[in-house]
Design a protein around this ligand. Structure first.
Ligand SMILES: [Zn+2]
Length: 101
């Protein structure tokens, strides 16, 4: 996995509050090119903990943050489906796949 992979977007390090896994980059779940935008859903690569992208008010950069119950209330059906898919994926990833980023 290299930095040129169009399906991978670098984000500031984010430690999963559930399992402690440090997420440094994210990819779209279907491997297609495209950067996440604020409001997109994401899951911890190790445990599937629900997270969301937003813009850090201090740096103006895209970052990950924990999904709040209020966020969950506003999710569309598509986002819910996406999140379910990420959580399913996370449990099938091998340690090697998790470490490649
Ligand atoms: Zn986790």
């Amino acid at each position: 996995m290299t930095d040129d992979d169009p399906a991978i977007t670098r984000v500031p390090d984010f430690d999963c509050p559930r399992c402690g896994y440090t997420c440094t980059a994210v990819g779209t779940t279907d491997g297609t090119a495209g950067a996440p935008t604020p409001g997109n859903v994401c899951g911890c690569m190790a445990c599937g903990f629900p997270m969301m992208f937003d813009i850090d008010p201090l740096t103006g950069l895209l970052r990950l943050r924990t999904m709040t119950p209020a966020d969950v209330d506003t999710l569309s059906e598509d986002q819910m489906r996406e999140l379910t898919r990420v959580q399913h994926f996370a449990q099938t990833w091998t340690p090697m796949q998790r470490n490649r980023n």
